[in-house]
Design a protein around this ligand. Sequence first.
Ligand code: GTP
Length: 300
Amino acid sequence: MNGVETQKVLIADDDPINRQVLAELLKPEYTVLLAKNGEQALERAARHTPDLILLDVMMPDLDGFEVLRRLRAEPATAGIAVIFISGLDRPEDEATGLKMGGADYIAKPFNATVVMARVALHLQVVRQQRLLEHLAHVDALTGLANRRRFDEALAAEWQRASATGAPLSLALVDVDSFKQYNDHYGHPAGDRALRAVARTAATCAHRPGHLAARYGGEELVLLLADTDAAGGQQLVQDLNSALAALAIPHATAVAAPVLTVSAGGATLAPGETASDLFAAADAHLYRAKQAGRNRLLWRD
Ligand SMILES: Nc1nc2c(ncn2[C@@H]2O[C@H](COP(=O)(O)OP(=O)(O)OP(=O)(O)O)[C@@H](O)[C@H]2O)c(=O)[nH]1
């Protein structure tokens, strides 16, 4: 979410008048989706992943509590915020809704101003949660995915590749003689150089299923789903060429008078774990450094 995008609210209520009143209320500020029963609410929630659902409790097929339970059971909809709007106005009903994980509970007949205020409040919370989630997964200096995000992606892609047999490649990319670069040009220039390498990596690893992350310090990692060894090596070579074209001067480097990287890569072998794959790429990066830097070594 970029903050400019309009947030989406799904209204699920079997009463057409209620749906219409709520829709008229929310339409000027939000994108409104409608569902007239529980099944439809689940289907629309899965298809559109709204930011918030206003959920009636008493509906003929699936009641609102059951809808919430099913939303929470599906990873794709588990995090969607739900406000119950219900004719059941006993404290026990409200307590049930909140205990089940509803963000709020509004009794019917509702007051339009209060509904608007609560919707705005909960959508603000949703926005803040997304921002926190984003910050927790992005490296501040380079804007690349951070190590946490990489670890999650590696676990997920490893699982997928193991289940489907699709190729999965991983390359570690480390800036050469970066200590000397910092020593010679200063830390702020080092930061700028790292950002340039990161941008280059992100441009090369641009396909869906590709992820460029900062693993730590001056080390990046490319996680390349659906990419075999030839594709992985080509991608690292493209990165290398793009970096060479930038020709960032590095007067004190051992390999060349410009900023270069060394890389080690591997493609998932049958029966291998995610950590084996990572360790193989790391071992090849080490060898690439030993062999003189500014090169890529890929496990056969
Ligand atoms: N400017 C800057 N420097 C960083 C950052 N993170 C790590 N470094 C520096 O990167 C350098 C890494 O040094 P080394 O691990 O010795 O590696 P190297 O000098 O690149 O040598 P080789 O990898 O063997 O070619 C250290 O001097 C760190 O201070 C950062 O965010 N910004």
